[in-house]
Design a protein around this ligand. Structure first.
Ligand code: FAD
Length: 468
């Protein structure tokens, strides 16, 4: 047997070194089944010291490392390349809750803790950990940090970077950087945690994090409303902020095509807004005041929005169960799209004010050049973040859409930049957007990024071929 594999087995135990093709297979293809790679082994260390020893060993043998959490990333960042000269280091067994510090409203979790488990642990202590996204039952805290994940409550609580107080990281030469101090203020030079957040495994392996906790809201209210235009939805954001007393915690836009896709192709939903308008918004108010406060405020908002003609239809969830069902409609969209054949996804952000013009301008160009494809639009409107996806008009056109992927990407991304936006709002760069990055950032920015990468990882063993 390969000496490297033997040494891995000595460090973490034979049963945690997967070398058989069947054992490795689930770790070698991404969630969207777009990328497949090869790997010498999948390694499952149990603690930070085992991670550090494995990284030192990989340095010695010049073997590349692909960190992997829940493998729900949407840019191929956790999938190795096809050379087979790498190992996947899975954080699945780094899953301890190290500390719950209620006085400092902080929790320290290892990188492999599943996001929903982090939320439940906080809830069990009467606190809120607010990161929330559709993959929360599978994605990990380490993956959330490495991609600077966003989700549905960013407009109120911020993204993963805003929720992080400190990190523990194994650097590319196997040193352990312990930055788990959990201070709210710490201006002692470069913010290394901010460098690692969003680095997609290219600068080291995040092994633990100290994260912020928040008070649990006393009341919540969820509503789904119909609107005839994105401009109306934008006007509704500002009105919602005012009427919620600055407690607007979610504001999701869904095109009726995306809504119909979910309701017609997946399970039956009892709670459903029957609207013929082109757009739907799912919004949520939270409040620290008494139990009916949010409900009363959302009713006032909707009545005013009707009177002023901003919305055409509305339903307010009348129970926690109904609220969950409305959220489940939103969360099922990514899965429902897969039934349409090949999908071309764009995770874009724009200044909110520019969204109506962008949507119109992109649609005109698409109608002209790609009449065989239709858009499925949904996303976190409150953050100016749209998932602007394209599906073939029939599954038989999947091959055609695949052949046109790169020109469709260019068309949409050019439109995004014409309106001063970004081609990656929350999913990262990974391998799917790597080749386009130099076109979208200035030469100075790319050079600074390369300089950082070379300085920290001169042998390029950390997740090569991702981002840069
Ligand atoms: P992985 O997929 O395993 O890895 C992602 C990247 O992080 C890779 O580059 C990997 O190398 C790196 N990485 C993983 N763990 C570590 C570590 N410990 N140290 C260093 N690098 C590491 N994202 C959003 O932001 N908002 C959403 O609303 C959202 N919704 C989604 C809905 C669905 C249905 C799906 C499938 C995905 C969604 N995503 C969303 C994308 C994805 O869930 C997030 O990117 C998530 O943060 C990835 O976590 P993970 O543990 O699965 O990471």
């Amino acid at each position: 047997m390969d000496i490297f594999i033997q040494q891995c087995q000595e460090i973490i135990g034979t049963e945690y070194v997967y070398i058989g093709e069947v054992d490795k297979a689930p770790y070698l293809t991404d969630w969207g089944k777009r990328f497949t790679g090869q790997s010498k082994a999948v390694l499952k260390p149990k603690n930070v010291h085992e991670v550090a020893s494995l990284v030192k060993l990989c340095q010695f043998h010049k073997i590349a490392i692909v960190p992997q959490g829940g493998n729900t990333g949407l840019c191929g960042g956790a999938t190795p390349d096809k050379t087979g000269n790498s190992v996947v280091i899975s954080t699945a067994r780094l899953n301890a809750v190290r500390n719950l510090d209620l006085e400092n409203a902080a929790i320290t979790l290892e990188a492999g803790v599943i996001l929903s488990h982090a939320q439940e642990t906080a809830l069990g202590a009467g606190k809120l950990f607010p990161l929330s996204l559709a993959a929360e039952g599978s994605c990990t805290i380490g993956g959330n940090l490495a991609t600077n994940a966003g989700g549905v409550q960013v407009l109120h609580y911020g993204n993963m970077r805003d929720l992080t107080l400190g990190l523990e990281v194994v650097t590319p030469n196997g040193d352990i950087f312990n930055g788990l101090r959990g201070l709210r203020k710490d201006n002692t030079g470069y913010s290394l945690k901010d460098l690692y957040i969003g680095s997609e495994g290219t600068l080291g392996i995040i092994t633990a994090a100290t994260l912020k906790l928040y008070p649990l809201p006393c009341s919540k209210a969820t509503a789904m409303v119909g609107l005839t235009s994105v401009k109306s939805a934008i006007d509704l954001i500002e009105l919602s902020r005012m009427k919620s007393n600055a407690n607007l915690t979610a504001f999701e836009l869904i095109s009726t095509r995306a809504l119909n896709l979910v309701t017609k192709t997946t399970k039956n939903f009892d709670s459903l807004l029957n609207t013929t308008s082109g757009w739907v918004v799912l919004l949520e108010f939270s409040s620290m005041e008494d139990g009916t406060n949010s409900q009363a405020r959302i009713e006032t908002l909707l009545s005013e929005a009707f009177t002023s003609g901003l919305i055409t239809d509305a339903m307010i969830a009348n129970s926690i169960q109904q609220s969950k069902e409305l959220w489940s409609i939103r969360e099922t969209i990514p899965e429902a799209q897969l039934k349409l054949g090949t999908i071309i996804k764009h995770d874009i952000s724009l200044p909110i004010s520019a969204l109506p013009d962008f949507i119109l301008s992109a649609q005109v160009k698409l109608n002209d050049l790609y009449p065989n494809a239709s858009t499925i639009i949904f996303g976190h409107l409150g953050d100016g973040n749209l998932h602007y996806n394209l599906a073939p008009n029939s599954p038989e056109l999947s091959e055609w859409i695949e052949e046109n992927r790169s020109s469709i990407n260019q068309l949409i991304h050019n439109e995004v930049y014409k309106f001063s936006g970004s081609f990656s709002a929350e999913h990262g760069i990974g391998q799917s957007k790597r080749d386009e990055l130099p076109q979208r950032k200035s030469a100075v920015e790319i050079e600074l990024m390369r300089t950082i990468k070379k300085a920290l990882d001169p042998q390029n063993i950390m997740n090569p071929g991702k981002i840069l």
